[in-house]
Design a protein around this ligand. Sequence first.
Ligand code: PGA
Length: 257
Amino acid sequence: MMVRRPIIAGNWKLNHGPEETRAFFKKLEGAAPSTPPELLIFPPALSLTTALDIAPPWVHIGVQNVFWKEAGAFTGENSAQMARAVGSSHALVGHSERRQIFGERDDDVTRKAETVIKAGLTPVVCVGETLDERAAGRVEVIILRQLSAILPVLAEWPDVKVILAYEPVWAIGTGETATPEDAALAHATLRERLLEEVGDERGRGVPILYGGSVKPENAAALLSTPNVDGVLVGGASLKPESLLSIAAAGSVDTPRG
Ligand code: PGA
């Protein structure tokens, strides 16, 4: 037997300023089991340095968004290089809120993923269909189109870690969760295309997270779904207790092999 350690990532979105960030990590350390899980937290940019100052070593800190240029006259943007310089290790790219509210397109996702990798950060690239797209039977078409935006990136940097997240838009912040069957289908579709396009080794080396109303009650079922290598949690990541119980749900003994 070996212990399977899925990736548990928390996306705080525009929540938790420095004060709440400090309180979160204080509580997290107090509530952590003796072998704490590996967590990945994406605080808002203005809480990044606070998180980096006080997060325990088993927590990795990432930035929620960066611009695809490193520096220059781009008022209001974040730089991947600067995120790295303060100590971040990961960056979200192409979250559906960025696509829907801020008009990001697939070509922005490609450029941002490239910039993130060049800065030495691990991109967590999000894909997922809307409710209308699902109703129209276009899940595969949409997620494969979104995936194609990063295939050249995977080919160009064959040894760099890239994480993918399937986040059906209709399940984000709605309380609606994809069933394990929905998730299994979408994850298998993504995995298959990865294997076809970038080969076995590279394709299997890309973890695929599920995101969309993940909570302690549904985490175990989702995390035991084939091809689900972890979860990206929004609302339920704001409280240390619920994030830890999601992590505990995913840490199960599985037969080796
Ligand atoms: P949610 O958000 O868990 O609140 O649905 C997930 C996400 O947007 O990453």
